[in-house]
Design a protein around this ligand. Structure first.
Ligand SMILES: [Zn+2]
Length: 289
């Protein structure tokens, strides 16, 4: 609801329920905050960091839910069409949401496709500097809807960019001896990360973790690994590791968890998951140092 200066108290219990369990948008519509609807966790993280106390962010993908397979319920469609600002990543990662956004044509839409420029690979958020770019886009759109807090949004986007630059520095320093190292992953979600830090990603399953890789694809991954010196295969805990473990056993590789930061449980956060990922990469990559 656009800030009209009007504020009505909403019982706390209802507020919490609205954001997480009962679909988007139901919660904050009467407390003067902007209703921001997003379609995945990385977008939620950015909207919350940039919007702060001026926004109520609802994520259409429930905690732990499969971002790639999100199918919005009617109440989600309603929330999206009533939102003050919508943040979505178009381009096929969530085709059902792409359809709703195309149909509803929200007046204030931030499309993260502007920072996801590696063709069909949607996982731009694993490059912290690209995520900072999205923060600025969100700040600009919020300021358009709510000019009274424009300075606040800009300052918060700067703070987020500093935090993400810090993560980038940690990765750059820790992986400085790893240029060219092979990152063998069950879910091909790390193309942006690999590009940013000079790694070579080899994926077993494609860009969608739930699509069983064909034997040809598994053999191709095995061939790509052969001679690369890779000693670890990274898999996504939430998507199960069956294929990764079979391949690891076949090739005598270790297994470790690398989080694509899509299916995020309550209590988990982007900075925490990025630092856990860095620790796993330091353990599992074969580097020159
Ligand atoms: Zn993915």
């Amino acid at each position: 609801m656009r800030p009209t200066g009007r504020r009505r108290a909403v019982p706390a219990a209802v507020l919490v329920l609205g954001l997480a369990g009962c679909g988007a948008g139901q919660a904050a519509e009467d407390d003067g905050r902007l209703d921001v609807v997003v379609s995945s966790y990385p977008l939620q993280y950015v909207a919350e960091q940039v919007g702060g106390e001026h926004v109520a962010v609802a994520n259409l993908t429930p905690p732990g839910g499969d971002t790639h397979r999100l199918d919005p319920a009617p109440r989600d469609v309603a929330a999206l069409s009533e939102a003050d600002v919508v943040v979505h990543l178009s381009g096929g990662m969530q085709p059902a949401v792409d359809d709703v956004v195309a149909r509803e044509r929200p007046e204030h839409l931030v499309d993260a496709a502007s920072v996801a420029d590696r063709g069909p690979d949607p996982h731009f958020w694993l490059d912290p500097l690209r995520l900072a770019g999205l923060g600025r886009d969100v700040a600009a759109e919020l300021a358009e809807v709510d000019p009274d807090h424009a300075d606040d949004y800009a300052a918060r986007a700067d703070r987020l960019a500093d935090l993400l630059a810090g993560i980038d520095r940690e990765y750059t320093e820790a992986l400085s001896d790893c240029r060219g190292a092979t990152l063998l992953a069950s879910h091909e979600a790390f193309g942006y990360l690999a590009e940013r830090y000079g790694l070579r990603q080899v994926g077993v399953a494609g860009l969608d973790p739930m699509v069983e890789p064909s034997p040809t694809r598994v053999r191709a991954a095995a061939d790509a690994v052969g001679g690369s010196g890779a000693r670890t295969i990274f898999f996504e805990a939430a998507a199960g590791s069956s294929v990764a473990e079979v391949l690891a056993a076949d090739l005598g590789l270790a297994t470790d968890v690398l989080h694509p930061i899509e299916r995020v449980q309550d209590g988990e956060s982007y900075p925490g998951l990025m630092s856990a990922n860095l620790a796993a990469l330091e353990r599992g990559l074969v580097c020159n140092g």
